[in-house]
Write a protein that binds this ligand. Sequence first.
Ligand code: FEO
Ligand code: CA
Ligand code: CA
Length: 649
Amino acid sequence: MEARVARRGVLMGGLAALVTGLVGAPITARAASTQTRTGLLGFKPVPVSYQDKVVVPEGYSFHLLGETGTPISGDMPAARPGANTGAEQEHQIGQHHDGMHFFPIGGSSSDGFIVVNHEYAEPRFLHAEKPNYKGQPFHTYRVAYDADGKRDDDEVRMEIAAHGVSIYRTTRQTDGTWAVVADPRNRRITAGTPVQISGPVRGAPHVRTRFSPDGAMTRGTLNNCAHGVTPWNTYLAAEENWAGYFANTDQIDQKPDLPREHARYGVSTNPQGGRYGWHLAKSGADEHVRFNASATGASAVDDYRNEPNTMGWMTEIDPFNPDAAPIKRTHLGRFAHEGVVFAPVIEGQPVVCYSGDDSRFEYIYKFVSEGVWAPGQTDGSILDRGTLYAAKFNDDGSGEWLALAPGRNGLTPANGFADLADILVNTRLAADHAGATKMDRPEWGAVDPSTGAVFFTLTNNVRRTQAQVDAANPRAVNHFGQIVRWSYAGGDHTAASFAWDLFVIAGDANASRIATGEALNDDNIFACPDGLWCDAESRLWIQTDMGDLGPGYEGPLKGFGMNALLAADPATGEIRRFMTGPWGQECTGVVKTPDGKTMFVNFQHPGAHASAQQFAAGDYGSGFPDYSGRAPRSATVVITKDDGGVIGT
Ligand code: FEO
Ligand code: CA
Ligand code: CA
């Protein structure tokens, strides 16, 4: 009762009391209202933008790299926006760039591999010049079906190939620009590439299919949003909104009859599936019918009722070994993985990483390995044994990690959790049962290398009611989002308890607070934080995803302009807007070269706000990246400082 009264006091005091109570002191001692530290953020903030272009600060320049369709392998088929074939797309950079890392070759800051996720396909732009699409009214996700309800085989092949991950070598040229270069290690991993299943779910009944009766393999990685970089220098691609790619039309008494491992994740009961209807390709090929998750065969190894259970994982990719199959690391849990971020490793100590489940009222997770870090010896198999936890954020600023393991927190056979594999396939249900805190859509995480503090973006949650607010998710009908931060006594990331606060509450001047207690202003107003990355000098880079905003947008996010990249100083709380992007995009994926002097940033889905009528009339919503009148494309933007300095100074 006392706690509830205290909580009510916080809530009834409104945002001002929240700021005092929660954006405040438990983690780093901060002097009040000090935005005066110099050096870390040295650039002049750019204004809110409503322009269909990229804007960077004075003294900075940018150029483009790796647009959708750029050839990287095979016979290097040229980009033909809106007209490429599926076979060509299999050797070209995919669509809708998201999480990304730069893997230097030999520590170089002018030569390395970009590994970039392609979150989803926008069929109308992939096929804009093809007969099924040109001049037809198509919204952002809609696809063309023939009169018989089937889909064109090559359009499906292309959409599958536009998903996944691109790995390509890039080097700085003599004129200072970066270019894609041919390399035998360049490759595409798509929604159809054979992938191994590893960890406790490998071989479990939940993942046995016609393709892999022993449950050791599947095909593809889907809806790869953010990513992670392991301490052993491999890449992890997250599988976020994968449920929409499948259809399960099983019924009992004329009502949907889905197993809990489909229902809790939103697998579609629509015969066309939630998104693209790939299982309805004319071919009837196994690689397409596998997206039909209905029980059509005599048993699970005669059909693809278990195919959705092979998605929702973190998939490990070795960018330096083109022959290595990607590996799904199932002990990191199954949910709408946004990304993963690792705590700094310590020799002889477990490896620790954090991952968010980006859906309304879902959870933040931590994995602690059983094995310990040994420099030069550790590989991805260390992620196959350990303990997965879900976070509970108490209203008093403390928090605890709830183990999702057999016999812990009520996860027993009597309560419906047969074993570890069953818990992991049903991670969300396990976290429900354990009593974790339902968050406002956890997106990316970042770890400050200088303090070890962990930051997570909570992008928004318009469905939270006043009765559902808590201290970590303090607003009902939350349009704007917040960033939560936690740390541990003694800096021990393996600890079961932590202390947390809100680093920033985003929104307009009336609804926002930064760590100093001040409201956001013209230099930094933002909403819907999504991408997050802390660079080597502890600048916290924040990317926004307010949705598909175009220039005529009306609604609660009016006034925030186009999606942007901002930088924060974790020590002072200061935030400045660094870059704004074109119409319709979200800004997502950010990394620098080791010297800090080149930054790579993605703009995803330019033009996505364009209406079906606009599309039919040949108005694609945005001219980005080449302003040629062709279909818009996602692209990486390369940013340098004109004086050759570190980005952000
Ligand atoms: Fe793919 Fe949660 O953004
Ligand atoms: Ca995201
Ligand atoms: Ca997002």
